[in-house]
Design a protein around this ligand. Structure first.
Ligand SMILES: NC(=O)C1=CN([C@@H]2O[C@H](COP(=O)(O)OP(=O)(O)OC[C@H]3O[C@@H](n4cnc5c(N)ncnc54)[C@H](OP(=O)(O)O)[C@@H]3O)[C@@H](O)[C@H]2O)C=CC1
Ligand SMILES: O=C(O)CCCC(=O)O
Length: 486
């Protein structure tokens, strides 16, 4: 079945770049987009570079000034229409997403709703960019504080959330009066184009949102070196995030980085174990383990260790693996073969060190990039799965004895994005939540993402926050106006 035949509105399947309000790139070299479940080529998109990126930046620069000058309510109305269109086309957008990314269709629909929720939230927030008046040091003076849009922004986004990572950046940018040039991941450009198509239908003026696919280094080089771009926002690997930070230094751009994690999931002796297992599966196996807030390490207290690992392995063994379009599938394929090899490497390293596979542990019989959902017990701290983000369906379980030891183990990483813990002791809830060195904490909860809360990391997990009013501030400059002689 072709992707087009799955769509009610086939015109959402766009395969050209969207620059300055025009669909371009037909004559450029084309890049294959594959369905990770089958390896089939589902579309071809243009491979553009520095010149086209420059054109996108220039049209953003022109459009942004007029956009910022419009009343906030105008921006709000257009964004709200974009949200409505996304929800009206949720099924088609989800089908495009599953086809290029692999996640189960129900999960893809969830991502579309999540992605649209950022647009809804920031459509409302556009009207609430309040300045302030501060009591002045003299009676003939006033201190006025204004908030103004940063200007032209660049977003570089990953393949694991092809829709939500774009709207989480573009919605607050557009709401605050900025323009944005987006470079989506090469493996998942179709969701980005479909979002641009709907933004155009919502009435977003040309130039405010451009989507450029192609040579990452060239496009990124232009975005980070252009004096017209005032902010770079990125979600992806820590390695590329550090490169972009270095590149952006030459023009001192504002920067937001949402990078890798190494999320611990702590289960204390007093936890509700069945609830912990449910939260563990949700946090670990969402998107087949391919999110930066997926649990990377399970740390379980000695008194409940055996019960937890047994119940976790039993539950994980029931997860159905297959194409995201198949009924009842909970685990799609991994995005590419390199991802499969990384999971295999972590499994092999653990087994060589004496850990025991309780379920899964190898490539799935379906072939391709399918991997069995895996649980490994008896993990030790020096193992690869303890040190590096696996980004796949592997749950490694470690044992601890005391709360102090658990906190020390949890924080023993250069990363600090998400953590989770299960306990019924209210004193421990506060102590542990405050002691964990990370930006997001799930207490008795394995799924915590929402457009309403700040998302971002401590330490090498990143800079800045996305979501809620915090996400809006990232696209605003603060201007102090000193008034004298009044
Ligand atoms: N924090 C998170 O949410 C994510 C973390 N990761 C982690 O990173 C690993 C690697 O994934 P990967 O997709 O390679 O992540 P990358 O960081 O390489 O890719 C993320 C985005 O950055 C772009 N990019 C890559 N190189 C450059 C460059 N030199 N200049 C500008 N942009 C660039 C990519 O473009 P292109 O697609 O064209 O290469 C993509 O749009 C994963 O296995 C996982 O561990 C990955 C994705 C998300
Ligand atoms: O970086 C990621 O993995 C995407 C964010 C996940 C989320 O919003 O839950």
């Amino acid at each position: 079945m072709t992707l087009a035949s799955r769509l009610k509105d086939k015109t959402l399947l766009k395969t050209r770049c969207y620059i300055g309000g025009k669909w371009v790139g037909e004559d450029a070299r084309q890049i294959d987009v594959q369905d990770p479940a089958t390896g089939d080529v589902i579309a071809q998109v243009p491979s553009l570079g520095a010149a086209e990126t420059r054109a996108a930046i220039e049209s953003a620069n022109t459009a942004q000034k007029a956009w910022a000058a419009r009343p906030a309510k105008d921006r709000s109305v257009i964004l709200r229409r974009w949200f409505d269109l996304m929800m009206q086309n949720q099924d088609d957008l989800a089908a495009i997403l599953t086809a290029e990314q692999g996640k189960p269709l129900a999960e893809a629909k969830g991502e579309i709703a999540y992605a649209a929720a950022f647009i809804e939230f920031y459509a409302e927030e556009a009207k609430r960019v309040y300045g302030s008046i501060v009591p002045a040091p003299a009676s003939d003076r006033r201190i006025v504080v204004l908030k103004q849009p940063v200007g032209v922004c660049a977003a570089i986004t990953p393949w694991n959330f092809p829709a939500a990572m774009i709207t989480r950046k573009a919605a607050p940018a557009l709401a605050s009066g900025c323009a944005m040039v987006v470079k989506p991941a090469t493996m998942t450009p179709l969701s980005a184009f479909a979002l641009a198509e709907l933004a155009e239908r919502a009435g977003l003026p040309a130039g405010l949102l451009s989507i450029v696919t192609g040579k990452a280094g060239e496009i990124g080089g232009e975005l980070t070196s252009s004096a017209l771009v005032r902010k770079v926002t990125f979600t992806g690997s820590t390695e590329i995030g550090k490169d972009l930070m270095r590149q952006s230094a030459s023009t001192v751009k504002k920067i937001s980085l949402e990078l890798g994690g190494n999320a611990p999931f702590l289960v204390f002796d007093d936890a509700d174990i069945d609830a912990a297992v449910e939260g563990a599966v949700a946090s670990k196996y969402r998107n087949t383990g391919q999110t930066c807030i997926c649990t990377n390490r399970f740390l379980v207290q000695a008194g409940v260790y055996d019960e937890f690992v047994r119940k976790l392995a039993e539950k994980v063994a029931t997860l159905k693996v297959g194409s995201g379009f198949e009924e009842g599938v909970a685990q799609g394929p991994l995005i590419e073969m390199a991802a499969v090899e990384k999971v295999e490497e972590h499994v092999a390293d653990a087994v060589a060190g004496g850990a025991k596979i309780l379920t899964g542990g190898k490539r799935h019989a379906k072939g391709g990039t399918f991997f069995e959902p895996t649980v490994i017990a008896g993990m030790k701290r020096g193992m690869k799965a303890a040190q590096e983000e696996t980004f796949g369906p592997l749950a490694p379980v470690f044992r601890f004895d005391t709360e102090e030891e658990a906190i020390e183990m949890a924080n023993d990483t250069p990363f600090g994005l998400a953590s989770y813990f299960y306990t019924r002791d209210i004193g421990r809830v506060w102590r542990v939540a405050e002691a964990l060195e990370c930006g997001l904490v799930g207490v008795n909860a394995g799924l915590i993402s929402t457009e309403l809360a700040p998302f971002g990391g401590f330490k090498e997990s990143g800079v800045g926050r996305e979501g809620g009013p915090w996400g809006m501030e990232e696209f605003l400059e603060v201007k102090y106006v000193a008034m004298a002689g009044l």
